[in-house]
Ligand binder design. Sequence first.
Ligand code: PLZ
Length: 451
Amino acid sequence: MTTADTVTIPVGGPTLPQERRLVTGIPGPRSQQILDRKSTAVAAGVSHSAPIAAVAAGGGVIVDADGNSLIDLGSGIAVTGVGNAHPKVVAAVQQQVAQFTHTCFMISPYESYIAVAEALNRLTPGDFAKKSALFNSGAEAVENAVKIARKHTGRQAVVAFDHGYHGRTNLTMALTAKSMPYKSGFGPFAGEIYRAPMSYPFRDGLSGQDAAARALTQIEKQVGVENLAALIIEPIQGEGGFIVPADGFLPALADWCRANGVVFIADEVQTGFARTGAMFASELFGIEPDLITTAKGIAGGLPLAAVTGRAEIMDAAHPGGLGGTYGGNPIACAAALAAIDAFENEGLAQRAARIGEILLGRLREMAAADPRIGDVRGRGAMVAAEFIDPATGAPDAVLTATVARECMAQGVVVLTCGTFGNVVRFLPPLSIGDELLNEGLGVVAASLAAH
Ligand code: PLZ
């Protein structure tokens, strides 16, 4: 049985009616039927948040198998920044898929891969010679950034930060801080990974300088700079709780890396591509990373990832030392070139900044009226509210999960995150309209007020 037998599937993209429309409960019967098949056929470890089966999406909505139209405040975890089924992406993919689907860039190279590398070299911060290499997922980009940094420095140790998230492969699990659900029972993990304390202004109250001094002293004493190949950090942490470090923290780390021959890797897998109101979040903090990892937003939903950075570091790996069968697949590259065109020519960074004003404005209003919102933070279209017990300041994961579930039931897809599971995060597609965004936030406010 397929969904197509039983329901008319609308065409996705920005022409979908931009409305929240519930024609059944969530999940409706068709979604439920499909999700029942999921329980039988798909490994239990692969869980899902929204209890729907999606059939179309675009602008700021996701349509499910029952014809419900939900407001999308998650972008498939910060992926569809340009919007689902963006017309330029659709056209580029359709043309490429009819041209050729795969040759393997390591066997018979093609121009679009090179054009994506050129675009990344141009768009990433830093006015120095850069090179790029393409991969399939964020985790794969992070793995390769670490390989390159180790080869360049001849050192092995890598430092990641408390609350950091870098992926689910063996090396990136080691870099990821949170045990449950990402790591628990899956060890042993890769060696020579060390963790340093993050700047988390809401919880540590430290200035950027003091938080950096704390981290750097720990690194010098516990790892030793002579052993350290790289330091990897998300400029704004994503899965860890949308933690925005205090001013001065990131520049202090970057300066220290430069002074000590340590490769500074910014993991911009979640923050990249206009998400934070700048093309890359590093720009907001005035840092020029040696290497930047990107994925998610780069290709409008197709799987593509990259490492971009200083040419002399990128070239440290010997010919044949980097690659993979699918890395820089031609369809994903065509999608990326179309998405990058949209990011550059459709004012999407400005749009993200405007979305941020709406998000921060509405959430701060809610926080002023409800002490259970302990902190509202973020940049551009990457904003979160941290839920606490107002009496103690302790994280309130139960309220967070309840609000998220209630929003889903009311037709608004919101995501949670945070080491303590107490953060509701907002990552709308940059193609969402003000009205729909405000309606979605109204549902969040009502869900909070009801619990
Ligand atoms: N680095 C900063 O945010 C992916 C993970 C969702 P992949 N974040 C979403 C989940 O539960 O698996 C991410 C990230 C940062 C790396 C990654 C990994 O990117 O494309 O999921 O491998």
